[in-house]
Design a protein around this ligand. Structure first.
Ligand SMILES: [Zn+2]
Length: 105
């Protein structure tokens, strides 16, 4: 089965020329959690929150993982391919949670 795919959102991807300042807010399309880019940068650095682009949605990691978990087959796993700039890795979701595997591994 083709893995699901999501792209990590970085605060610096929001070009300064397109937005007035760092207080531009980004919002999860799933749960509505909303932060300014400044706060997001801090949260992400501290591994508290990551937003992803998934299909056409901007979603927080909580909503993304919930969505992916709905596709776990009984006793099986689903793979999420994560694109993070030049890095690529898989998150394998099973009934016990998830683990990370790099693309070559
Ligand atoms: Zn969310």
């Amino acid at each position: 089965m083709k893995p699901y795919e999501a792209t990590v959102i970085h605060a610096e991807m929001f070009g300064k020329d397109k937005h007035d300042h760092d207080d531009t807010e980004i919002c999860c399309d799933g749960c509505g959690i909303e932060y300014t880019l400044t706060d997001y940068r801090t949260l992400k650095e501290n591994k508290k929150l990551v937003y992803f682009l998934y299909e056409d949605f901007l979603v927080c990691h909580g909503c993304l993982f919930d969505e992916i978990k709905r596709h776990i087959p009984l006793g099986g796993e689903v793979k999420l391919r994560v694109l993070d700039y030049d890095a690529r890795y898989f998150l394998n979701f099973g009934e016990e949670g998830y683990n990370i595997e790099d693309e070559l591994g």
